[in-house]
Design a protein around this ligand. Structure first.
Ligand SMILES: *[C@@H]1O[C@H](CO)[C@@H](O)[C@H](O)[C@H]1NC(C)=O
Ligand SMILES: *[C@@H]1O[C@H](CO)[C@@H](O)[C@H](O)[C@H]1NC(C)=O
Ligand SMILES: *[C@@H]1O[C@H](CO)[C@@H](O)[C@H](O)[C@H]1NC(C)=O
Ligand SMILES: *[C@@H]1O[C@H](CO)[C@@H](O)[C@H](O)[C@H]1NC(C)=O
Length: 435
């Protein structure tokens, strides 16, 4: 770098200035102080108002600490990547929104991330200037199956057709073979697109997506064919309005010790050799169904959020897949999540620091649930509850519109920043201005 060019160029006026310098000498302390104040003022204001960021939408009761934590300099927002959002025909996305469930159910991060990126100030208008390319395809919106669950049969053909669409019209897919392209696969087993694990594993991730980046809710610590692609773990979708609808006070009286509402089969179905929830939910019901300290309900109806807000511990056992939207709901409603899903990986661990806000119980130990939770209640429950109330953690689990600094979409962008080596533009700083 030709740094020498930047030498001070005021040699010639040195003589002239020396008189004045003498004269000003007795005021130098004041000048120094003044200059320092100006410097500090400018540096602090510029670092706290990055052009890439919309102001944090603070709720009136949110402590100022959230603001400070969210703006910690190590997560400087100005370094987030530029993302080009493909403008696909509406049959790939918008048409599905005619069903209102499409943008609110547990897989709706595919819609929420798309909408947040459309309004993201770092969205690249010019694809030649983009670090990453986002393919907005909504595959979870076909609720045609009799049980009301989405049919994923059309996911592969719809995505494959979208890839054909962009690779025929733009040079970017072929250029990187999709390596800098980003998809959302928010279902049970991510980009394997099947709710049953054995079928999901047999089908695997479609060939055309294997080199791309997948934003997925599914994650386990062991190796698994459904996470054998570059990916970012994202939280299950819960509408961010939950925070406004349920502004639960921190010291809310919680009269239910343990709560769970959801599918608990007395005789778990043996679908292709696998039992629902690996029998964990059945075991919970069998052991604690008659225990007055446990509120276990099998019916979907009822306002389970009100019940969560009244509960100390909220069970989050695996279903078909290990993850559950209850994880997010429990955190937002101040109920300590009890994770029963061996080997699960959870989103944004550096920010949420799950072990500090939850209790993990091994699937095999579910019969000792009451003893384990009694022990926590007698020892460190208050520490866990205090941690649970830190706003930065819950913020990371919700997708706001527009995106807010520190929210789930923001964390996705920060994770993409760490994958910049996949981008054709290369790591930051190589011949491109940060805009
Ligand atoms: C929705 O799913 C059903 C069942 O897989 C399928 O027959 C139908 O074609 C799908 N609809 C669309 C518009 O893809
Ligand atoms: C990208 O590759 C595909 C398959 O080889 C080809 O059909 C398509 O025309 C290419 N796209 C561009 C923009 O050259
Ligand atoms: C469940 O499926 C497995 C494998 O197909 C089979 O061996 C087992 O007997 C089945 N159990 C029940 C209770 O149907
Ligand atoms: C609470 O105590 C349990 C042991 O009972 C321990 O496993 C867990 O890490 C502790 N959690 C916190 C946040 O201190």
């Amino acid at each position: 770098m030709p740094r020498s060019r930047a030498q001070p160029r005021h040699h010639h006026c040195h003589q002239h200035l020396s008189q004045k310098v003498l004269h000003l000498r007795k005021y130098y302390k004041w000048i120094l102080w003044f200059a320092l104040s100006i410097y500090l003022f400018v540096s602090t204001t510029s670092s706290s108002s990055s052009p890439l960021f919309l102001p944090l939408r603070l709720k009136p009761n949110l402590p100022a600490r959230a603001l400070i934590e969210a703006r910690n300099p190590s997560s400087s927002s100005s370094s987030l990547p530029k993302v080009y959002v493909y403008d696909l025909p509406s049959r790939y996305n918008k048409d599905w929104l005619s069903n209102s469930r499409c943008s609110s159910h547990l897989f709706a991060s595919e819609v929420a991330i798309h909408e947040a990126l459309l309004r993201y100030p770092g969205r690249a208008a010019d694809p030649d200037k983009a670090d990453f390319f986002f393919l907005p395809v909504y595959v979870s919106c076909n609720f045609s199956t009799p049980n009301g669950f989405p049919s994923l049969h059309h996911a592969r053909p719809l995505l494959s057709s979208a890839v054909d669409f962009v690779s025929a019209r733009f040079p970017f897919w072929n250029r990187s073979r999709g390596r800098d392209h980003v998809f959302v696969a928010s279902h049970d087993y991510g980009a394997c697109f099947h709710a049953m694990e054995d079928v999901a594993i047999a089908d695997g991730i479609p060939d055309f997506m294997r080199r791309s980046i997948i934003l997925q809710t599914f994650g386990v610590r062991s190796s698994h064919p459904c996470q054998e692609a570059e990916h970012v773990l994202i939280p299950p979708y819960v509408q961010p309005q939950i925070e406004d609808e349920w502004s639960v006070p921190e010291k809310m009286r919680r009269d239910i010790f343990v709560f769970f509402r959801g599918k608990m089969e007395v005789h778990p179905k043996n679908v292709s050799g696998r039992f629902y929830s690996k029998r964990v939910r059945t075991e919970i019901l069998r052991r604690y169904g008659g225990n007055p300290r446990f509120r276990l309900e099998r019916k979907r109806s009822g306002d389970y959020r009100a019940e969560m807000a009244r509960s100390v511990f909220c069970l989050c056992p695996l279903g078909w897949a290990p993850w559950s939207p209850r994880l997010v709901e429990a955190v937002v409603l101040g109920c300590v999540p009890v994770v029963v899903a061996d080997g699960i990986r959870l989103p944004f661990p550096e920010t949420v620091r799950w072990p500090e806000i939850s209790v993990t119980v091994a699937e095999a130990d579910v019969g000792r649930l009451e003893t384990i939770l009694d022990h926590v209640a007698a020892t460190n429950l208050s520490v866990i509850q205090r941690n649970l109330w830190e706003p930065t953690r819950r913020r990371a689990l919700l997708f706001h519109l527009p995106m807010a600094e520190g929210d789930a979409t923001w964390h996705v962008l920060r994770a993409l920043e760490g994958m910049r080596h996949r981008s054709q533009l290369g790591p930051r700083g190589t011949g491109r201005e940060a805009v």
